[in-house]
Design a protein around this ligand. Structure first.
Ligand SMILES: Nc1ncnc2c1ncn2[C@@H]1O[C@H](COP(=O)(O)OP(=O)(O)OP(=O)(O)O)[C@@H](O)[C@H]1O
Ligand SMILES: [Mg+2]
Length: 528
């Protein structure tokens, strides 16, 4: 059981929650939902004690597993160590022990080492590595990756390693922050099954409707500065939430109408002979005060890419027998293709088959090992990487406004502010530090960069990760409307259906360029 007592949280000038009291019960699986920036990650951090609430307290079981949203915090650790860190008590003891063994031995240090050894034994530290390896293998991370640094393995595998970190040490409660980002459909169904069997308290943040519907027995929705629990899955929550809201609004309207009638009566007869009737109406007006309904913070960004400043040539990109690999293994093998002006291409296929690598080649972030890649006339690429930290350095005090202005050589302040407003950073929010931005806010800022620079080729790697449903549909609309050339990797069928007219499919038997939309491709594949 996880209990929140009177939790409030204010950040800068905003209230995220006000006096929230809530219990997450044993054996229930909660989806924690709410729009980007509503405070889901912050709430999980408060529960974990990583961040302090403004007021209130949290009660927790002894062992809690936590899936973090940021991989870049672990890039310098090995994969195995990253997993073992999931048991904080063990990890702290192991790190202190290693430090002390390097210092000169004294009685005091000897005593402390004894204590530490005890903790390590209690926490099953001697089998930590082998336990971690079992988890990693189960999650599809091959043994040769286990001793590598996180930054040296593919991005999607880094996220799986974080998932192993959360599961390490059999926690009684599991807090997952957007676990399906970066996972392909196969891995998502694996995770769904895994979570069905999990016995402890589960709290999972997600914007993936299908996943929430399949996993959750309750939805805890953050909106109106509080958390409301709805029994059932995500779709059931939407129905109830809308119904409850419109009932409250209707009641308020009825009350307001009644009040104005009563006021009229009081105004008419207040000075006259019907004193007792007037008095009782005044009392009724006081009793009827309509509830103050807090505004919902669901909002939709406006994503419309402007007409590119320069036009590219008819052939945008040409690959001749291009190969690319990491170490021994080739991820892309002798791939050739031609991308034409105005193409709207989706990259589909399971994790680990090279979508990100191919996009990085397209974007010029990586160079081919062999073969030839040529760009067409006046090609101007805007790149949205899978890992946002590749372009937004989160370790500085830069504001969203400064970052955006830095994307273009000459830019007027009001143009930058305009873009920020469309991306829902209005007023003071434009001057938020990028390091404070939530996952979805960061993705919106990146899209803002693309709006501002107006490239004629968009290369986007899973742009819908982290975005809430409103933002994903805004993005789908923006991509459909875009007049340049776009190449986008995604696992979101809705998004692909909406914009893509061609596909690059990463299948087990290789990479195929398909000159038609997803539906046609799937039909052809099924017919085989
Ligand atoms: N130190 C801070 N200063 C100012 N604002 C902050 C700070 N820390 C967090 N915030 C803001 O608090 C809000 C909640 O952030 P949080 O990461 O919890 O959102 P979230 O619900 O997890 O969103 P997402 O769905 O995008 O992941 C955001 O608007 C964020 O910018
Ligand atoms: Mg978040």
């Amino acid at each position: 059981m996880i209990t929140l007592n009177n939790i409030s949280k204010r950040v800068a000038n905003r209230t995220l929650f006000e006096n929230v009291t809530f219990t997450f019960n044993e054996g229930c699986r909660y989806g924690l939902t709410g729009p980007n920036g509503s405070g889901k990650s912050t709430l999980l951090k408060i529960v974990m004690g990583v961040e302090q609430p403004t007021t209130g307290t949290v009660a927790l079981p002894k062992k809690v597993g936590f899936l973090k949203q940021r991989i870049e915090d672990f890039s310098h650790f090995t994969v195995l160590d990253t997993v073992i860190m999931g048991n904080t008590r063990l990890w702290d003891a192991l790190s202190e022990r290693d430090r002390l063994y390097e210092a000169e031995m004294t009685d005091e240090i000897g005593m402390r080492l004894g204590e530490l050894e005890e903790i390590v034994a209690e926490e099953d530290g001697y089998s930590a590595e082998s336990n971690a390896e079992v988890l990693l293998i189960g999650m599809g991370i091959p043994e040769e990756f286990h001793r590598k640094k996180m930054a040296e393995i593919p991005t999607d595998r880094q996220f799986r390693a974080l998932l192993c970190q959360a599961l390490f040490g059999n926690p009684q409660a599991l807090l997952l922050d957007e676990p399906t980002n970066h996972l392909d459909l196969e891995s998502i169904s694996w995770l769904e099954e895994f979570l069905h069997d999990y016995q402890g308290v589960l709290v999972v943040v997600s914007h993936d409707r299908h996943f929430l519907n399949s996993v959750c027995t309750y939805i805890a929705d953050i909106d109106y500065e509080t958390i409301i629990a709805y029994p059932g899955n995500y779709d059931a929550m939407l129905v109830t939430k809308t119904a409850v809201r419109s009932r409250a609004e209707d009641e308020n309207k009825a009350k307001e109408k009644k009040i104005s009638q009563l006021k009229e009566f009081v105004a008419k007869f207040g000075a006259g002979t019907r004193a007792s009737q007037v008095q009782s109406r005044v009392r009724e007006i006081q009793r009827l005060q309509p509830l103050e309904l807090k505004k919902s913070n669901i909002q939709r960004p406006y994503i419309r890419f402007t007409q590119p400043e320069k036009q590219s040539g008819q052939v945008v990109l040409k690959l001749d027998n291009v190969s690319k690999g990491y170490g021994e293994e080739l991820v892309i093998k002798n791939f050739s293709c031609e991308i034409h002006k105005g193409d709207k291409i989706a990259l589909i296929g399971n994790n680990g088959r090279g979508k990100t690598t191919l996009l990085k080649l397209f974007a010029g972030v990586l160079l081919p090992d062999s073969g030839k890649l040529t760009y067409g006339h006046q090609v101007d690429i805007g790149y949205f990487p899978q890992n946002h930290a590749d372009v937004i350095d989160k370790h500085t005090d830069r504001t969203a406004f400064d970052w955006l202005k830095g994307r273009k050589e000459i830019v007027f302040d009001q143009d930058a502010r305009g873009v920020l407003g469309k991306m829902l950073f209005s007023g003071d929010d434009a001057f938020k530090a990028v390091r404070a931005l939530s996952g979805g806010e960061t993705a919106r800022l990146l899209i803002g960069g693309l709006l501002l620079t107006a490239p004629n080729v968009l290369i986007m790697d899973e742009p819908n990760n982290h975005l809430d449903l409103e933002a994903v549909s805004a993005l789908a609309w923006g991509l459909e409307d875009y007049k340049g050339t776009s190449v986008v990797a995604s696992h979101d069928r809705g998004l692909i259906d909406d914009f893509a007219t061609k596909l690059i499919a990463f299948e087990e038997d290789g990479i195929h360029f398909f000159q038609g939309p997803l539906e046609e491709y799937l039909q052809k594949k099924a017919a085989k």
